[in-house]
Write a protein of this length. Structure first.
Length: 218
């Protein structure tokens, strides 16, 4: 596959997620490897009834964990896949759901105490991520907390990959250096940085980079 625009890659990913939504739900509902970092995110949100948005929520796996941990959260969850949203609603009847491209977060009129972005970055290009980190400051309250996780590798290694279903999706790998520098440029204070390593396809080890940051000023 060559010469696809970022918009093309997004459309292909949405199509694959719609097609395999039920399968993905069964495979990825367990988020136990992320418990420590998700717990830290919850602990950093000090106020009760905080407004939280979960971007690219998929089947609602992280949404469910957050609400189980903090049922006081007023949760808005978003995704670009209608099928994923249907499943996420079943798992999280107390949350609100809307169809939204996370790249359009700056178009939201509300503001939030916390932003969860746990599975979006592999489907955003480096340029889209840099723009996102700027736009997100428009909807995150001062002292608000953002959680980001992404597969870490040289960005030049990004490319088309086949999943367990055989469907190809363009996977973007991101690097700590430009993620941290852009967060700091947009007035974020890095609270925590961690990595989780686990086996992928063909014995390749996958590294998930997790960054939790607080918006110090606007």
């Amino acid at each position: 596959m060559k010469n696809h625009t970022d918009e093309d890659k997004t459309a292909i990913a949405v199509s694959v997620f719609d097609k395999n939504a039920e399968l993905y739900s069964q495979k990825y509902m367990d988020v136990s490897i992320y418990y420590d970092s998700l717990d830290l995110f919850c602990d950093l949100i000090k106020i009760q009834n905080a407004d939280i948005i979960d971007l690219a929520c998929g089947p609602g796996n992280v949404t469910k964990y957050l609400l189980d941990k903090r049922p006081d959260f007023k949760m808005l969850a978003t995704d670009l896949s209608p099928k994923m949203l249907e499943i996420a609603k079943e798992h999280n009847p107390s949350a609100t759901f809307i169809l939204l491209d996370c790249k359009d977060i700056d178009q939201l009129e509300a503001s939030y105490d916390g932003i969860m972005c746990s599975f979006a970055f592999p489907y955003l290009s480096k340029e889209e991520v840099i723009k996102f980190l700027k736009n997100v400051t428009k909807v995150l309250k001062e002292d608000g907390v953002i959680y980001i996780s992404t597969m870490e590798d040289n960005n030049l290694n990004s490319g088309w990959e086949s999943g367990s279903t055989g469907d190809k999706i363009f996977i973007n790998y991101h690097e700590e250096s430009y993620l941290i520098s852009n967060l700091k440029e947009n007035n974020f204070e890095i609270i925590d940085l961690s990595r989780i390593t686990y086996p992928g396809k063909a014995d390749k080890m996958i590294v998930d980079l997790i960054i939790i940051a607080k918006l110090s000023m606007k």
